[in-house]
Design a protein around this ligand. Structure first.
Ligand code: AHM
Ligand code: MG
Length: 316
């Protein structure tokens, strides 16, 4: 017997209004998946200012995705605020709903033109508590990964469930109670940035590269999709660590990835699945944001690997 997302949501011990917010993001994701699947035929590329074969100006797919999210969210009276990577300011909707959504509607869009997995990431918070809440205040988090299959991953804090989009546009439960392996021998970091790395990152990666001949005592493999959603989904499914640490080039901005709609929801999901997350020296989920588009260092995944990185930061 299959379990649809709607059936699964109805069985959760959460406020049905909160469940409806997640359902709205799921509906937006299903629509985005449909657009992405046919985008090359429609002449839509990831690039802004592109003109299609009919000579019509095309909106970039991340703008289209943002419009889709805005449309679905605007139709849900439980949501009053939207924070999006695509919008400079928070949008205060006409609805007086209790919830706020922070989202990156289309993450990893540089991968679009090569048909590599991209995703939508979202976080749900209590709108009455203001825009700048720590990740511990998140009520739900999720992402959609648009890959060979469209996967939707959801947590309300306890447990993580994975749904797959079927041919009729419905999400079906395909994995419940996901657990991130505590140990792993796979790491994800953009190694082209090595010259900017700090000592802790350098030391951790050097141990992994040394493999069974070094102190780690086992051989490692490296994977970097360059789409956070794809890299995190791999880690959720088979363990590993994802790192976008603070480095000498990103230090002035605070990091590369965004706290509200990239780091926090992913940290909540990974921790709900038994993994760990850190900036290196602080807990991502405890950071009090100073701005809606704030950037932070992100290190998350298998608990033992994250602990090794934290060990190097503690020595620094
Ligand atoms: P984006 O929000 O502009 O798409 O940037 C975020 C992406 C993440 O998905 C990915 O982990 C990272 O940027 C890749 O960075 P890099 O270009 O250094 O490989
Ligand atoms: Mg992004």
């Amino acid at each position: 017997m299959i379990t649809t997302l709607a059936q699964w949501l109805a069985g959760q011990t959460v406020d049905p209004k909160l469940a409806s917010v997640v359902a709205s993001m799921a509906a937006a994701s299903a629509e985005i998946a449909g657009i992405l699947r046919l985008a090359p035929i429609a002449g839509q590329t990831g690039l802004a200012g592109h003109t299609n074969v009919q000579g019509e100006a095309q909106k970039a797919l991340d703008v289209i995705s943002n419009d889709i999210v805005l449309n679905h969210i605007g139709q849900n009276s439980e949501i009053s605020i939207l924070v999006s990577e695509e919008l400079d300011e928070a949008v205060h909707l006409e609805n007086q709903g209790q919830y706020m959504v922070a989202t990156d509607p289309l993450d990893g869009s540089s991968n679009l033109d090569v048909n590599v997995t991209v995703g939508t990431i979202f976080s749900v918070l209590d709108a009455s508590k203001g825009l700048l809440q720590p990740g511990t205040a998140q009520l739900a988090a999720g992402y959609a990964a648009y890959g060979p299959a469209t996967s939707l991953v959801i947590t309300f804090g306890a447990g993580v469930a994975v749904f797959t989009l079927d041919g009729a546009g419905q999400f079906v439960l395909t994995l419940d109670k996901v657990a991130v392996a505590a140990a792993s021998s796979e790491y994800a970091i953009n190694t082209a940035r090595e010259r900017f790395w700090d000592e802790a990152t350098r030391s951790y990666v050097a141990e992994n590269v040394a493999g069974e001949t070094g102190p780690a005592g086992k051989r490692y493999n490296m994977r970097w999709v360059g789409s956070m959603v794809a890299d995190i989904h791999r880690i959720l499914m088979r363990g590993g660590i994802f790192m976008y640490p603070l480095d000498s080039e990103t230090v002035s901005k605070g990091g590369r990835l965004r706290l509200l709609y990239e780091a926090n929801p992913m940290a909540m999901i990974v921790e709900a699945a038994g993994g760990a997350s850190t900036t290196g020296s602080e807990k991502i989920l405890e950071l009090v944001p100073t701005g809606i588009h704030q950037r932070v260092p992100v290190i998350l995944g298998s608990a033992e690997e994250v602990a090794r990185v934290e060990g190097w930061y503690a020595k620094a």
